[in-house]
Write a protein that binds this ligand. Structure first.
Ligand code: TYM
Length: 328
């Protein structure tokens, strides 16, 4: 089976964007691949002003419990915490030395995030760590949302540059991005991507995977739509497009049939339908989550076993890279 690897950064609460673009795809395709899914906790340190140690510890457990609640099965997928596999940080250093500064300067995420805080060196070299995450496992595919495209592109470039400079060590991976739902937009502003970080400060921006039904309903009913008042297939703006997409991916339909259902209906009808499918899906995840999150022993056991399996694979690749560079 071809191997896939992906992860979620342990900053902020997971949104339905993370679920639709990433988690739901990982879970649905588990039998087709050999799977590695991790919690990117090292990536959570890039903006140190935002870190609270207790909150990060809690977030890591929350994410592994959500992985399990969304259907990732430790018998089919290696689930692990990045920092427990030291090879990630080691290979990241080697990649820091292989990656031209110019490539990092072109990353749009760095350009936008470095506007706000005092940008750290880690924020700048983040793509080298992400390349290490992927390339250590010789992944064939990386299932991600649309916003990660540029990161996979630079990962491919780093793999090729290393292979060229030192010899073949890394498989060049492909992104795996779903056709519809790969970029869920903010409910309060359909021109920006729904994100964990905006959800922290803006009520009504996101549907959180752990939000109660009342909060979800409120956020969806207040969602920014277009200037009209009813759904018209020939004039769909970004707000209505986002609501239709949410409805389609959560109810398993497509644009043609959702338009048949909502054409000529008021926005309120569409919003109610979106709220219902979202509450239903998130509710099912939450009831499993509550049970799993309470079992600390099981969560810890999952992370210990995951780290062992991941380390075995990652260390082999790291040794190859160290031999080729002369470190070994
Ligand atoms: P992160 O934590 O921002 O997001 C995790 C995953 O969720 C997807 N996603 C979305 N998909 C659709 N619509 C949205 N609004 C939306 N928001 C987020 C992301 O595309 C991603 O797939 N750099 C990564 C974490 C990472 C990683 C890796 C991923 C670190 N190393 C190696 C893959 C492979 C990130 O910050 O994702």
């Amino acid at each position: 089976k071809p191997r896939v690897l992906s992860g979620i950064t342990a900053t902020g609460k997971l949104t339905i964007g993370n679920y639709i673009g990433a988690l739901s795809v990982w879970a649905a395709e588990q039998d087709r691949y050999e799977n590695f899914f991790f919690i990117a906790d090292l990536h959570a340190l890039t903006i140190p002003e935002n870190i609270k140690a207790d909150a990060l510890r809690e977030r890591i457990k929350e994410i592994v419990a959500l992985y399990l609640a969304c259907g990732l099965d430790p018998a089919k997928s290696v689930l692990f915490q990045q920092s427990r596999v030291p090879a990630h940080a080691s290979l990241a250093w080697i990649f820091d030395c292989v990656t031209p500064v110019g490539w990092l300067e072109r990353m749009t995420q760095y350009k936008s995030k470095s506007q706000t805080a005092t940008p750290s060196a880690g924020l700048f070299t983040y793509p080298a760590l992400m390349a290490a995450d992927i390339l250590l496992y010789q992944a064939a595919y990386v299932p991600v949302g649309d916003d990660q495209r540029q990161h996979i592109e630079i990962t491919r470039d780093i793999a090729q540059r290393f292979n060229h400079l030192f010899g073949e060590a890394f498989r060049v991976p492909e992104p795996l991005i779903r056709a519809s739902g790969a970029r869920i937009m903010g409910l309060d502003d359909p021109t920006v991507k729904m994100s964990k970080s905006l959800a922290e400060t803006r009520d009504g921006h996101a549907i959180g995977l752990l939000d109660p039904p009342s909060k979800i309903r409120k956020a969806v009913m207040r969602a920014v739509t277009d200037s009209g008042s009813e759904v018209r297939g020939d004039a769909i703006g970004p707000g209505v497009d986002n609501l239709l997409t949410l409805f389609e991916v959560l109810s398993g339909t497509d644009r043609a049939s959702s338009l048949r259902q909502f054409e000529g209906q008021g926005y309120g009808t569409l919003k109610k339908a979106v709220a219902e499918v979202a509450i239903e899906r998130v509710g099912a995840i939450q009831s499993r989550y509550t049970e799993i999150r309470a079992d600390e022993t099981y969560l810890e056991k999952t992370l210990i076993e995951g780290a062992e399996k991941a380390t075995a694979v990652a260390d082999r690749t790291l040794s190859t890279a160290m031999r080729l560079t002369g470190l070994l």
